[in-house]
Design a protein. Structure first.
Length: 312
């Protein structure tokens, strides 16, 4: 017989996975399993039945007792000091995004499972200010898009609409959503040549947002839908990876202009913490820059408008 909240076959429901103590326990266990002894200067040792560090090794590296570390890994982090959390983050080789996620989980822990679920609320509609619309419309040589932590596409300029036209046109919901496109639309595997990387980054962004806004009804509904409809999503969600969308490169295969490799920068909108402007560019004179010019011409031939979705 399956446990309460876990359907037959042992698959955990989304509601249970978002319980604070469960979330902390699974996050810490997944980070510990990822660290090999050699990564932290320890001998491999024998008879390791599970991957990663032993609990006692993680406790030693964090500077706490094994008993105390075991309590923390069971989700009892309420009252843990910054020094303890920093020690755990260092011991488990957490990056900045993971360290921030740990702090967010620790701050919201009440010690009583399930309380955050009862406070789940809908998010207020976000509307771009006129100045944001003017900014987007003025950016006519770069791809510019505004999204949120749920990976909704809220607003875009002409080139942004041209690049993402298959996602926008196939969207069954408003606003279009990158996660739904990636996991539910077969064309996404052609559009993203590095689909595995794109999918992993997308789910890590959703995990990060769950740490920031655990009460979001829209986020709960999205993750519940994708967990039901996509085995790949369920697998990636269970890894508990988190990630900050800051800077890097992304590859696309656009139906009209072919392969594109674009540099992206995520720019936070200070007046709207839940939204981020992403700008995708290419080096002037490069082949990718020429593809952006072609993309603009293609958009003009289709009279592709800029988009201003008002939902968040």
């Amino acid at each position: 017989m399956s446990s309460p909240g876990i359907p037959a076959g042992g698959r955990r429901t989304y509601d249970e996975s978002m319980d604070d103590r469960v979330e902390i326990r699974e996050f810490l266990m997944s980070r510990r399993a990822r660290v090999e002894p050699g990564d932290v200067g320890l001998p491999p040792g024998g008879d390791r039945r599970v991957p990663g560090l032993r609990r006692g090794e993680a406790a030693m590296l964090a500077g706490v007792s094994v008993e105390y570390y075991a309590r923390l890994e069971r989700g009892a982090v309420s009252g843990a000091s910054e020094a303890v959390l920093d020690g755990i983050a260092r011991a488990l080789l957490m990056d900045d995004a993971e360290r921030e996620h740990l702090y967010l989980l620790a701050r919201r822990t009440t010690g009583v499972g399930g309380q955050t679920l009862a406070r789940r609320t809908a998010t207020r509609v976000w509307e771009p200010a006129p100045s944001i619309r003017w900014l987007l419309d003025s950016m006519d040589t770069v791809v510019a898009m505004i999204g949120n932590g749920r990976t909704d596409l809220l607003a875009w300029n002409r080139l942004g609409g041209a690049l993402m036209h298959e996602m926008i046109e196939s969207a069954a919901t408003t606003p279009p959503n990158f996660a739904r496109f990636l996991f539910l639309e077969p064309v996404a595997r052609r559009f993203y040549p590095d689909w595995d990387t794109a999918a992993s980054m997308n789910v890590a962004m959703l995990r990060t947002e769950a740490g920031r806004d655990p009460h979001s009804k829209e986020l709960h509904d999205l993750v519940g839908e994708l967990s039901t409809r996509s085995e790949q999503f369920r697998r990636l969600w269970g890894r508990h990876d988190v990630w900050h969308h800051q800077t890097g490169t992304k590859r696309y295969h656009h139906a009209a202009v072919g392969d594109l490799t674009l540099h992206y920068d995520g720019l936070d909108l200070v007046a709207q913490p839940s939204a981020q402007l992403t700008v995708l560019t290419a080096e002037p004179g490069s082949a990718d820059h020429e593809k952006l010019v072609l993309l603009g011409a293609w958009a003009s031939s289709r009279a592709e408008p800029s988009g201003l979705r008002m939902d968040s």
